[in-house]
Write a protein that binds this ligand. Structure first.
Ligand SMILES: [Zn+2]
Length: 286
């Protein structure tokens, strides 16, 4: 028997899929223009037409740096949203508990990388007390996403919460970049856009191996096929362009792919070519 792996090695880095929460979003919105008759075969569907998702932060450790990629949706949610989005932190699925289960205290985290400012990605960047959860970390985010989150316009208001970010900026811990930035040797954030103004990929490279954290560019294993673009995406044409370029590159070079919203298979590879791609999970024998 085999099970989906939650940990792997990439050069000098140990890469671990942590746990933040299980939640759910509307199935139609998750699959955009893809007809339900196609996507309903891929995923369970809840009674209210939502589909099960998770928020999966990743821990990157090389002995010197302790990096959290995408903190999660966190604990600061009123009952109404908890119930609407089926937010579930049971079974120890919570960022800090998950880090501690891997022997990491919040003070040890050196970098927290945030691909964009949507609430399901950075809600956990601050704790229940509203203060940054990682007191010593540099928090990194694209400048465009910082601006969208701090001053969301009408269209963006449902996706951003200023209170997720303002305390980090006030504490002097927020760092921003434009286009792309080498966070440290072998770890780079690249702003691509499409899904949101500045959604970024996190690229990890060491000893000839490469990995990519896909954020909402490829949220689950069912979104590897190029036309499977979420209705949430601000600019679907741009998303298609970004996905066409980066998914092709990842498949051709056999990158380790880290998926944020897949509830079952967080780590794997894109397979295929010639604009038709699929997914192969990294498995461990049990
Ligand atoms: Zn998003």
């Amino acid at each position: 028997m085999s099970a989906a792996a939650r940990q792997t090695r990439l050069g000098r880095f140990r890469v671990t899929a942590l746990r933040d929460a299980n939640f759910a979003l509307d199935g139609g919105a998750m699959f955009g223009v893809v007809p339900r008759v196609l996507w309903e075969k891929l995923t369970p569907i809840n009674e209210d037409h939502t589909v099960p998702l998770s928020t999966t932060p990743y821990l990157l450790q090389d002995g010197e740096h302790t990096i959290v990629i995408e903190p999660g949706l966190g604990l600061r949610w009123p009952d109404k949203q908890r119930s609407m989005f089926h937010i579930d932190h049971s079974a120890g699925h919570e960022l800090l508990a998950s880090l501690r289960a891997h022997g990491v205290e919040p003070e040890q985290v050196t970098h927290c990388l945030m691909t964009h400012g949507h609430w399901d990605h950075i809600g956990a960047a601050c704790g229940e007390d509203g203060a940054p959860v990682f007191p010593r970390a540099e928090y990194w985010m694209p400048r465009s996403e910082r601006d969208a989150c701090m001053n969301p316009d009408h269209l963006r208001r449902a996706s951003y919460r200023r209170e997720d970010l303002a305390p980090i900026e006030d504490a002097g811990q927020l760092r921003t970049f434009v286009d792309q930035f080498d966070i440290l040797p072998g770890v780079k954030m690249v702003e691509v856009g499409g899904h949101s103004d500045g959604v970024s990929l996190v690229l990890v490279e060491d000893a000839g191996e490469k990995a990519c954290f896909w954020a909402d560019v490829v949220p689950t294993r069912h979104h590897v096929h190029l036309p499977f673009i979420m209705a949430y995406d601000m600019n679907a044409a741009k998303s298609f362009e970004v996905r066409s370029e980066w998914i092709a590159r990842a498949a051709a070079e056999g990158w380790t792919c880290l998926l944020y919203h897949d509830p079952e298979q967080p780590i794997g590879r894109f397979v295929g070519g010639d604009r038709r791609y699929g997914w192969q999970a990294l498995e461990v024998s049990v």
